[in-house]
Design a protein around this ligand. Structure first.
Ligand SMILES: *[C@@H]1O[C@H](CO)[C@@H](O)[C@H](O)[C@H]1NC(C)=O
Ligand SMILES: *[C@@H]1O[C@H](CO)[C@@H](O)[C@H](O)[C@H]1NC(C)=O
Ligand SMILES: *[C@@H]1O[C@H](CO)[C@@H](O)[C@H](O)[C@H]1NC(C)=O
Ligand SMILES: *[C@@H]1O[C@H](CO)[C@@H](O)[C@H](O)[C@H]1NC(C)=O
Length: 493
């Protein structure tokens, strides 16, 4: 059992830019004469007169200290298995980004640093923390949580960030900013966040940094990582962010390339448990695929809301509705869709995250709204700027060309961002490693305990048999194994 003590430290720092504009020239920052350790318990304030709007408000938790009863339960009381770390906010003008950080259970001074992002758009990374890979998992009923022995913090220090603004515990004092500007605007906020992170915790600069996530992370992560890589190229070595790799589970990269797979999963036996829909329904779906692809390509060429609205309504009516009407879980074809977001545990997590004890222990600001697993408002903002149709394949290619490694892993029972679509994307991704990658995919798949995998140079792909969209939830042991092997640059066995 862990207990912890609470210390709140507020740090005001200068960041190299704002979400509105980034100059290539970073401002000169006042150098701290005392450097913050990754976990500490004293107050340090850094200020810079030209960027007074940026600050980090952090609460440290220390898993090996006794909790002070006057402050109520600690992080590790609420979340058994939690290591030392921080929770808090990056404040950037009106925007307040929430994060929870846990140091590695192994070697926090040398293990990699990983940023975890859930998708949506609009879904909170707290879902990933409490359902998939965080130090603890919420129990059924949402009254408590239990230790997660297969947490990804077993081999890396991980922070879970709620983004964009309007998601989870992140909020704006200007409500009209929720999710505004879509993925590209968010990428500037992530960059500002990372700059502040390294100002506050310069020791973590020596750790390899990876961004990991799932689902709409197939949009976020290639764009965010490319932005960091672009900024690194015009930054001094001291200013660079040590981005080493990205990990994307069951991602959506290209709606045009992935749309046809909405047919394959329920209408063939490619999963080993199909077909799931009858031939009358499937024949209609098959007939709709070419027209849907055609309309999507027109929308991509001429991204006018009228055109894209027409293509998305045709595709969703013909290729998505038949599956939704089946009552099956759209994240896991082997299960019925039950409850909020198709899983009973989702409403337990939501209930848990709405309790005062959790908000207090996890340093959630009083101004942050009541917790929602996914924000519809943010989803609508992304729709407004046609974010869904962004094709992120060129961003993945540019990362690979820059030597940033990419690990694509896909649970085979997912429907919404399934393995057939992912393999169509990566079997045709235009980068210089394509011929060999395609050869590996077609002729040289290797076996590991989770399923099949193959790789070429910096790009690795793995299937996890029998896992749905949330791989660490369905296959915790295999998920930790593939995560650890990837960070250590080892093959899968
Ligand atoms: C946590 O508290 C213990 C006991 O006071 C102390 O020895 C340790 O250094 C602290 N750990 C961190 C990471 O701050
Ligand atoms: C709130 O956001 C809107 C839209 O971005 C902007 O026009 C307005 O100036 C903002 N208000 C404040 C007080 O920042
Ligand atoms: C689907 O594939 C599985 C595994 O290969 C097989 O056992 C099953 O019989 C197949 N089902 C149909 C309907 O062909
Ligand atoms: C096929 O499935 C649809 C949707 O569930 C149903 O309405 C229809 O009656 C089924 N057709 C046959 C031939 O079973």
């Amino acid at each position: 059992m862990y207990t912890a003590v609470w210390t709140t430290i507020a740090i005001t720092l200068a960041a190299a830019g704002t979400s509105a504009s980034f100059d290539s020239q970073a401002p000169i920052l006042e150098q701290p004469d005392v450097i913050l350790p990754l976990v500490g318990s004293y107050v340090r304030t850094l200020t810079h007169e030209s960027h007074p709007a940026h600050s980090l408000t952090i609460t440290a938790h220390n898993s090996s200290q006794l909790s002070t009863k006057s402050n109520g339960p600690s992080v590790s009381d609420i979340c058994p298995g939690a290591t030392s770390g921080y929770t808090g906010y990056l404040n950037s003008g009106e925007k307040h980004f929430y994060f929870a950080y846990f140091e590695s259970r192994s070697n926090p001074t040398t293990d990699p640093l990983v940023l975890w992002l859930n998708g949506g758009p609009g879904c909170s990374s707290m879902l990933g923390l409490f359902m998939e890979l965080g130090p603890c998992t919420v129990n059924e009923g949402g009254e408590s949580a239990r230790e997660n022995p297969n947490s990804w913090i077993n081999s890396a220090s991980v922070f879970f960030l709620d983004q964009p603004i309007g998601v989870g515990f992140s909020y704006s004092t200007n409500n009209s900013e929720h999710g505004q500007g879509g993925t590209f605007a968010a990428s500037e906020d992530i960059y500002a966040f990372m700059k502040l992170w390294y100002k506050a915790f310069p020791d973590s600069k020596s750790l390899p940094f990876s961004i990991a996530g799932e689902s709409y992370g197939g949009h976020y992560i290639p764009v965010f990582a490319s932005h960091i890589n672009d900024m690194n190229r015009i930054s001094t070595p001291e200013e660079q962010i040590p981005l080493e790799s990205v990990l994307i589970g069951n991602g959506i990269f290209s709606d045009t390339k992935q749309a046809s797979s909405y047919y394959d999963i329920p209408c063939t036996n490619v999963t080993g448990i199909g077909p799931l829909l009858n031939s009358t329904v499937c024949d209609k779906m098959a007939a709709a695929v070419p027209r849907c692809e055609f309309l999507m390509s027109i929308c991509n060429a001429y991204p006018d809301p009228l055109i894209c609205g027409a293509s998305s309504s045709y595709c969703s009516e013909t290729l998505e509705s038949p599956y939704f009407q089946s009552g099956l879980n759209y994240y896991d074809i082997s299960k019925p869709c039950e409850g909020y977001l198709c899983y009973p545990i989702m409403s337990s997590i939501q209930k848990f995250l709405r309790t005062d004890k959790l908000r207090k222990a996890f340093g959630v600001d009083e101004r942050a709204p009541i917790f929602e697993g996914c924000s519809n408002e943010v989803g609508r903002e992304f729709q407004k700027v046609n974010d869904y149709i962004i094709d992120t394949r060129p961003f993945v290619a540019s990362l690979l060309h820059a030597g940033i490694r990419a690990f694509i892993y896909v649970g085979t029972y997912d429907w919404i961002c399934n393995f057939v679509g992912n393999e169509r994307v990566f079997g045709s991704l235009e980068w210089r490693g394509l011929p060999d990658f395609r050869y590996q995919q077609e002729n040289n798949k290797k076996v590991w305990s989770g399923g099949l995998w193959w790789e070429s140079g910096p790009l690795r792909y793995a299937r996890i048999n029998g896992a749905g969209h949330m791989v660490p939830f369905d296959r915790p042991v295999e998920a930790l194994k593939m995560f650890t092997a990837w960070l250590r640059k080892e093959g899968l066995v």
